[in-house]
Design a binder for this molecule. Structure first.
Ligand SMILES: Cc1ncc(COP(=O)(O)O)c(C=O)c1O
Length: 453
């Protein structure tokens, strides 16, 4: 039965969706025309925003502009890839410079070595390889764990997303009725097209629960190759690891002859210069990076210990790819690491994060909203739930309708947060400023006013 509060929220969402559509007639026309040539009218299913896809014309600094001419403070950041902001002068110069000297050789260039040197310094892992997307990096990590140990099973966290290859498209957002008991979560395929035989090789643990990993390692003794985990869980709002969890995972896995891979595709450069790896002091066997590393150009990296990467160097594991270490991507990544993601930039990001956190928290308290601000470096979100969240099942209790209403208020007020409501987080870029954060906070105040009783 709909409560009065539910029906008020439904009305608010309908009003905001009507405003959204009225502001974007050109997007609507393109979206309709595109269905004839782009499957689903978009270039990735994640671009199907509700109520309609937003077509973008350009980006500059902290802003993006849609095809109708509306300006947004961009905190979507292309799903967390735009830590540099848009058209950052250092990234533009690097891309221009390399484009004039050729964009593809499939042979190493000096920039690749410079990027590897800097990643080794930041993440404390000596050897690196490159790829083109987060999916490729985590796929190689999973293959490597299997190659090194000669075992087939891997462990992944319920609710974790690591890209769209078979081994990790398991229990990404399982329906509660399919998910099995909390003490022994089921392996649920997250898309059609994933063979059941492969799904069964991925075993599921709860985040922040060492016991669930221990049970899997003991019940499948000698069969687990390793575990892939986001060390701060994103794609479920933001869930921080409890003290001791990451070190406990590493020790537990190693005690059972298994490996640990951190998926830092999202957290990578955004939570700090050396990701959660540097922040936590827990160095895993492998780290996967992508998204913001390329300053907006497609690139991924995988770093490993000397022991792990020996399997690559010897050719025992075939880590290959036509565009791996592409010179354009390497030039952009080098500029990102040496000129954009600098100590001064991280100081600025911290100041802006604190401003956002304080402003939003003040409003939540003033309106007694059921929610809290959770941040990690340049990333942050509002989680609309009564208590703090420590794993996927806790995250499911967060209110999706409030998240959607918040997204619409921000959008109509000129702040582009990542779509998909409660799942995603904002990204503050090095080009954002106080006025951008003030717009975020003002829109949140309007939202809070509207949804308060
Ligand atoms: C944590 C994490 N790992 C891996 C991926 C896959 O990256 P890509 O979309 O570049 O393949 C994503 C994408 O959102 C991600 O959030």
């Amino acid at each position: 039965m709909l409560t009065q509060a539910d029906s008020k929220l439904t009305t608010i969402i309908a009003e905001q969706e009507a405003i959204f559509i009225a502001r974007q007639p050109a997007s609507a026309r393109l979206a309709a025309a595109a269905t004839a040539r782009l499957a689903g009218g978009v270039t990735s299913n994640w671009q199907i925003t509700i109520p309609q896809p937003v077509w973008i014309s350009r980006g500059a600094g902290s802003k993006i502009y849609d095809v109708d001419g509306n300006e947004y403070v961009d905190m979507h950041g292309g799903y967390g890839a735009a830590l540099a902001g848009h058209a950052h002068p250092a990234i533009v110069a690097a891309i221009r410079g390399q484009a004039g000297h050729g964009t593809h050789f499939a042979q190493p260039t000096r920039d690749a070595l410079a990027v590897a040197e800097e990643l080794a310094r930041r993440f404390g892992l000596p050897l690196w390889r490159f790829a083109n997307s987060g999916t490729e990096a985590t796929m190689d990590a999973v293959h490597l764990m299997r190659s090194i140990t000669g075992r087939d099973l891997i462990i992944k966290v319920e609710g974790g997303y690591h890209g769209h290859h078979d081994s990790v498209q398991v229990s990404v957002m399982p329906d509660p009725e399919d998910a099995g008991p909390a003490a022994a979560p089921a392996s649920v395929p997250s898309s059609s097209g994933i063979p059941a035989a492969i799904t069964r090789l991925t075993r599921i643990a709860a985040f922040n629960d060492l016991g669930s990993v221990q049970r899997l390692l003991e019940s499948h003794a000698g069969q687990v190759a390793g575990m892939i985990v986001e060390p701060i869980m994103m794609n479920a709002g933001i869930i921080r690891p409890l003290p001791g969890y990451l070190a406990g995972l590493r020790d537990l896995l190693h005690a059972h002859g298994a490996l640990l891979a951190f998926d830092e595709v999202k957290t990578g450069l955004t939570v700090g210069p050396g990701g959660v790896t540097a922040l936590s002091g827990v160095t895993p066997d492998m780290v996967c990076l992508a998204k913001s590393l390329g300053g907006g150009v497609a690139v991924a990296a995988i770093g490993g210990t000397a022991t792990v990467m020996e399997h690559v160097a010897s050719g025992e594991y075939e880590m290959v790819g036509t565009f791996n270490g592409n010179p354009l991507a390497m030039a952009a990544a080098r500029a990102m690491l040496t000129e954009v993601a600098t100590p001064a930039a991280y100081d600025k990001l911290t100041r802006l994060r604190e401003r956002a956190e304080a402003g939003l928290t003040r409003i939540i308290e003033a309106h007694q909203l059921n929610g809290r601000v959770v941040t990690a470096g340049a990333k942050g979100c509002v989680v609309f739930s009564a208590g703090s969240v420590r794993d996927y099942r806790g995250f499911l209790t967060a209110d999706d309708s409030l998240s959607h209403a918040h997204w619409l208020f921000q959008h109509n007020g000129g702040v582009f947060l990542p779509p998909w409501g409660k799942i995603e987080q904002w990204l503050i870029s090095v080009q954002h400023d106080e006025a951008d954060i003030a717009r975020l906070v003002d829109n949140f105040a309007a939202f809070a006013q509207a949804v308060s009783p």
